[in-house]
Design a protein around this ligand. Structure first.
Ligand code: F3S
Length: 643
């Protein structure tokens, strides 16, 4: 068996290990953050179940930490008291980014983690199976310790050789994105094997498993080996270590090879983490802003490398340089090692450990200005600004470019990069609060802006309405529900979410949807990629949407649509897409029978007097969820989640 199969088999409650079939897994750990997690917690309350026995659940605040709006602080009060009442660990704002905190304090080899955030596979760096999911799925998992997912095809990625000087783990995952693109991973999981694995530290592996989410894989995993043991020892958690890996004769559904010694410094051009080219191709481009941090490159090793490269020098006055240590622990080590002083003296702005600029909360660049970031994603507008020009790169490329003021291949700075030694022991800052012993008396503090989701009604047998919008390929959840402070403040306010839907790319959408009493969304390939935020479903839902018709879907978003009772249909013939116009009046009849039998559904375009077929790729449970009006209704009515 390969390692992924071993872990899935060890947690399998129902189903078979055959690709694309639905499996039910026993969950060990839960992770939530304050954006997507907020709705997960509200839905967990609505479900009315206690936290499942034996489940370790951690609620972390990292998105809206600056509390630029009063709703943020109110949301944090809610999450803190909710955690105390229901038995979650809680990490307050300022402690750091959820995935890096989880990796440092909770992730362990062999565990199965479900997180309300798309970068949950970061935990795969220590041999844990981390899967990102929508908030309502996480809410159900909180109460039942069960999680339903399609079994992915397991791809063995054999690493050989060793990275050359100035080439980093970020370049490894950018190389995979360059080769494979951002749609490749739908229905797949990546398992890293081969002799090259031993050359990568846990923080380097975490960079790869984190950005692996941009391939759209269900999860990514490394074996638990000596590197993992060393990392857990440094975190004071050696007891959590157990060696884990594939059998020597393990087989995979697919295999590929990557020689680490052939990789060079790479960069993703604005618009998508899949637009990857060698740094040399864009070297010399003037930069306005350079930011180092995020769940992808927020480790001590990343920060220290940048500090040492900047030591004794100063960034040019026209460059804004900022760093965001991934966790308070990393911040502390930088301060005691003196490297924080190097950053300050070089002119870097130091942000508190948080997601911050990655989700458009601060340091929004001027429109058109070149911003170089060590982040995992650069979808249009994700920086908070439509018309942004965000490039993604490694910390070494970022630091070299900050120093020169133009995009720079770090190999031009000399043959030997600074040598960074990880701390033998990280400080125990007790930054995570365990649940109190006496939880029954804890009062949950709610925000006055929290509004419940409208009840979702069962899917009707007949749908009628107009086409609200026709979108192209690779529409991200950042397009649907833009990353910006207003969105984070509206995470528990469904009316505000409706108003924000497509507000950046089509400001007239909310008014049109209300005037036409809902309708249909039409899209191209990979609809809903990127963030797992289910607000990208809840917003359209409150505007009356009941179906999306696309050429294909990203995994988490497709599940989110189903779980909120919205039908995700697929064009049987892509030629039909070309004829569709905004405002076309459609009718779909006999839906229930078609869904139950799996037969194609016919859409009658009454405006153009044509009919075309669509299909739906749903499990029988998903059909039941749709007919029930979403997962919350289904779980409450059927009770099969309560086993
Ligand atoms: Fe946060 Fe950006 Fe990672 S929003 S969780 S740092 S992808």
């Amino acid at each position: 068996m390969n390692l992924t199969h071993k872990l899935i088999a060890g947690h399998l409650l129902d189903g078979e290990l055959s690709p694309n079939s639905e499996i039910v897994l026993r969950v060990d750990q839960i992770l939530t953050e304050d954006a997507t997690g907020l709705t997960a917690h509200l839905q967990f309350e609505a479900l009315g179940l206690p936290l499942a026995p034996g489940l370790q659940a951690v609620s972390l605040v990292d998105h809206g930490t600056l509390q630029a709006r009063p709703e943020n602080a109110a949301d944090h009060h809610y999450l803190r008291t909710m955690a105390a009442r229901h038995g979650f660990y809680y990490s307050p704002p300022g402690n750091g980014i959820c995935h890096l905190l989880f990796l440092a304090h909770f992730a362990r080899p062999g565990a199965l983690l479900v997180g309300a955030d798309s970068h949950t596979p970061t935990a795969g760096a220590v041999g844990s199976l981390g899967i990102g999911a929508g908030g309502v799925e996480v809410a159900v998992a909180m109460g039942t310790a069960r999680y339903h997912v399609r079994m992915p095809a397991i791809v063995g990625i054999e690493l050989s050789g060793e990275l050359r000087p100035w080439v980093s783990a970020k370049d490894v995952i950018l190389e995979l994105l360059r080769r494979l693109g951002t749609r490749w991973g739908v229905g797949r999981a990546a398992e890293f094997t081969g002799p090259g694995v031993a050359t990568l530290s846990v923080p380097e592996r975490a960079t790869i498993t984190s950005v692996g989410a941009e391939l759209e894989v269900t999860t990514s995993i490394f074996p638990a080996d000596e590197q993992v043991r060393r990392y857990l020892v440094a975190q004071g958690r050696e007891a959590d270590f157990c060696p884990l890996g594939p059998d020597p004769d393990a087989t995979y559904d697919e295999q590929m090879r990557l020689d680490l010694s052939t990789i060079e410094p790479l960069i993703a051009l604005p618009g998508s983490p899949g637009n990857v080219v060698p740094v040399r191709e864009v070297a010399g481009t003037p930069v306005d802003q350079v930011i180092v941090g995020s769940c992808t490159n927020g480790s001590y090793e990343d920060m220290a490398l940048v500090a040492r490269m900047l030591r004794g020098q100063h960034v040019p006055p026209h460059v804004t340089m900022a760093v965001t240590p991934g966790t308070r622990q990393v911040y502390h080590v930088l301060s005691t090692s003196g490297e924080l002083s190097d950053l300050i003296a070089a002119g870097a702005r130091i942000l508190e450990p948080c997601c911050g600029p990655c989700i458009g909360m601060d340091l929004q660049p001027p429109k058109g200005a070149v911003s170089l970031r060590t982040y995992p994603r650069n979808f249009p507008g994700r920086s908070g600004v439509l018309g942004d020009q965000v490039y993604l790169c490694s910390p070494a490329v970022a630091a070299a470019s900050a120093l020169t003021g133009v995009i720079t291949d770090p190999r031009d700075l000399g043959d030997t990069p600074p040598r960074i030694e990880p701390p033998p022991r990280y400080p125990d800052l007790r930054e995570i609060t365990p649940p109190p012993a006496d939880r029954a008396t804890v009062e949950i503090i709610r925000g006055s802006h929290h509004t419940p989701l409208p009840a979702v009604t069962p899917l009707p047998d007949r749908l009628q309405g107009r086409v609200l919008i026709v979108l192209g390929d690779d529409i991200t959840t950042d397009h649907i529900m833009p990353a910006k402070p207003e969105t984070i403040a509206a995470c528990a306010n469904v009316t505000a979410m409706g108003n924000l839907t497509f507000s950046r790319i089509d400001p007239g959408f909310p008014a049109r949807a209300r005037e036409w009493s809902g309708g249909f969304i039409v899209a191209g390939h990979n609809y809903g990629l990127g963030s797992s935020r289910e607000h990208a479903v809840q917003g359209p839902l409150v505007l009356g949407l009941r179906a999306v018709i696309a050429k294909s879907y990203a995994r988490i978003h497709q599940a989110n649509l189903v779980n909120f009772g919205i039908l995700p249909l697929i064009f049987a013939d892509h030629a039909a897409y070309d004829k569709i116009r905004v405002g076309d009046e459609w009718e779909i009849i006999g839906l229930h029978e078609r869904l139950r039998t799996g037969h194609p559904v016919s859409i009658r375009n009454q405006t153009q007097d044509i009919t075309f077929d669509v299909t739906c790729d749903l499990t029988s449970r998903q059909v039941q969820i749709l007919l029930a009006g979403g997962l919350l209704n289904y779980a409450r009515d059927k009770g099969d989640e309560h086993e």
